[in-house]
Design a binder for this molecule. Structure first.
Ligand code: HEM
Ligand code: SF4
Ligand code: SF4
Length: 521
């Protein structure tokens, strides 16, 4: 995507998300849980679907009356279940659409991340038929329209020996056997494929967010229930193949491609569907991402502690039996094809500490393109830049993937750039403050719950809070450390965060070391 369009889309997305954060709070912002919300909607669809199925008759003659019974005679439960089933399915289409748009705009689909994107496309080919076969089963006039139009579509493919449209010439030609096949596809075949597809989609992601926060889930379910009560899902009149099918009460979520069939031909619809799927599938290579060199392990410095394995968001590091004869059981091994070069592993390694002598500063795992040693050099250069500052000195560590660094630098901030904020080993903060290279350290990164590399902000928060290794040592005064998880906020907002922190530091005065003891974290 040309960079202007990308920046414009990013700006728009961040404004929309900001609005949602103001309403829902950042923790419950649906934009940060789109994949998980989609899975939640599928659970709602599953549970309500089981209820509906108990009362559903899978025969041509029985289907319509059984759904009518649920909708009207049992409106208080069966009707609500049916409506929830319909509305949760529609909501899933909305969240899937936003999920695709967001991953694309945030450029999270190229490089080694192609896999999640590419495996997302077949999911679309399962979700849409799932919804379409659902409409079919109601066997009302909309179902008739869907059945006739779908058979026109399928008949141009060399799948069936007999044209499928023959099944829908007269009311008598619709067989129970055919109806049972649809029910099987909708109730069992497609859901099983979808489940397997989602598992595959998440295969290369470590700790995927598959559940939305409970508050967001409950709130969403409550909103759907209110909708189900206020505007219950209803059927149209019963299907009657003696008359032209109508498409009143059309569903624009699942049946989007059908109007194209009315205006064009089945071949045109297939061309559009296959063409757009191919284009979406190829998006990770249009153009391909210039990949940064993967993390590398330095065996003499690796003790096999496994922290890098625990923190890598992409399952790119594993522990394997030791090969160099050192007295440790395991060693870290990187799979370069899975590595996004985020540097989070280097931030997790206990040997990544600037408090070591410079000649020793080769951690167990590091990024060749931006090694820990360079971070230390940049930190010292930033400290020199700050030395002439007469006000409280703020050293900023910022994630290049989530923060507008140019804006920061243009405003004279002393910034050290990182691939991800969790590339920063907490020992650096200790180093800066205890050696008085600055009066305080500000960490700038992506929005909370929306880290470009998925887990960087969460790991950083946990390391600062002492809940995750390597943690920030207790001796570091917490009032001298600040975080701003603002993402692509405007220059004014970042500068405001820096100024506010500087004012707070000014009131604290210069740092006085409480204990002379130094050492490594
Ligand atoms: C049934 C529909 C889908 C579901 C339930 C789903 C769910 C998810 C979930 C839960 C994640 C992990 C989020 C995280 O923990 O960071 C994810 C990641 C991702 N999804 Fe989907 N997804 C679906 C469809 C799609 C489609 C159609 C595409 C694109 C064509 C797509 C592209 C991606 C990408 C690129 C990521 C990885 C982002 C990263 O590397 O950080 N997804 N999806
Ligand atoms: S650089 Fe990132 S993706 Fe690569 S191994 Fe380290 S933590 Fe994993
Ligand atoms: S965190 Fe460092 S020392 Fe621990 S296993 Fe990984 S590379 Fe080795």
């Amino acid at each position: 995507m040309p960079s202007r369009i990308r920046l414009g889309s990013l700006w728009l997305l961040s404004r929309i998300e900001k609005g949602f954060s103001a309403f829902f709070t950042p923790a419950w912002n649906p934009f940060y849980h789109l994949g998980a919300l989609t899975i939640f909607f599928f659970w709602v669809v599953l549970v309500t679907g089981i209820y509906v199925f108990v009362f559903f008759s899978t025969s041509v003659a029985g289907a319509y009356p059984s759904v009518e019974y649920l909708t009207h005679d049992q409106w208080y439960l069966g009707g609500v279940m049916r409506s929830l089933h319909r509305y949760a399915s529609d909501a899933a289409i909305v969240t899937i659409g936003l999920h695709i748009a967001k991953e694309f705009i945030m450029d999270r689909h190229r490089g080694v991340r192609w896999f999640s994107w590419f495996t997302g496309v077949p999911l679309l080919w399962m979700v849409f038929p799932l919804g379409i076969t659902g409409y079919w089963l109601v066997w009302d006039q909309l179902a008739q329209y869907v059945a006739v139009a779908s058979s026109e579509l399928l008949d141009v493919l060399p799948i069936f020996s007999e044209p499928m449209a023959r099944n829908f010439l007269t009311n008598a030609s619709v067989s129970d056997r055919f109806f049972t096949l649809m029910a099987f596809l909708h109730l069992l075949g497609l859901p099983i494929f979808l489940l397997f597809g989602i598992w595959f989609h998440l295969l290369r992601i470590s700790r995927p967010k598959v559940n939305p926060p409970p508050g967001l889930a409950i709130g969403t379910l409550a909103a759907l229930t209110v909708l189900a009560l206020v505007k219950p899902a209803i059927s149209m009149g019963p299907a009657d193949l003696g008359h032209e099918p109508v498409r009143l009460g059309f569903d624009w979520f699942y049946l989007l491609a059908y109007p194209l069939l009315d205006r064009g031909s089945p071949a045109l619809v297939w061309a559009v569907l296959l063409g757009s799927s191919t284009l979406i599938s190829l998006a990770p290579w249009l153009p391909p991402l210039r990949r940064k060199p993967a993390a590398v392990v330095s065996l003499p410095n690796c003790n096999g502690c496994g922290r890098c394995v625990a923190d890598c968001p992409y399952n790119a590091v594993s522990l394997q039996p030791r090969t160099d004869g050192l007295a440790y059981e395991a060693e870290a091994v990187v799979t370069p094809d899975l590595c996004t070069a985020c540097g989070i592993c280097a931030g997790a390694c206990p040997t990544s500490t600037p408090l070591r002598r410079k000649s020793e500063l080769v951690p167990g795992i590091d990024l060749p393109g931006l090694p820990i040693r360079t971070l230390r050099d940049w930190t010292l250069a930033a400290a020199v830049q700050l030395a002439s500052d007469t006000r409280a000195r703020v050293l900023v560590y910022a994630c290049a993937s989530g923060v507008n660094l140019t804006a920061l630098r243009n405003n004279g901030a002393a910034v050290v750039e990182l691939r991800c904020i969790a590339q920063l080993p907490p020992a650096f903060i200790d180093f800066v403050i205890s050696r008085r290279h600055a009066d305080g350290v500000l960490l700038l990164g992506c929005r909370q719950n929306d880290c470009h590399f998925r887990l960087g902000v969460q790991w950083t928060d946990e390391r600062l809070a002492g809940k995750r290794d390597p943690y920030l040592r207790g001796r570091v005064p917490r009032e001298r450390v600040a975080t701003c998880w603002g993402g692509q906020v405007t220059r004014a907002e970042i500068m405001h965060a820096i100024e506010a922190f500087r004012t707070r530091l000014g009131k604290l005065g210069p740092y006085q070391r409480e204990s002379p003891a130094g050492g490594e974290s």
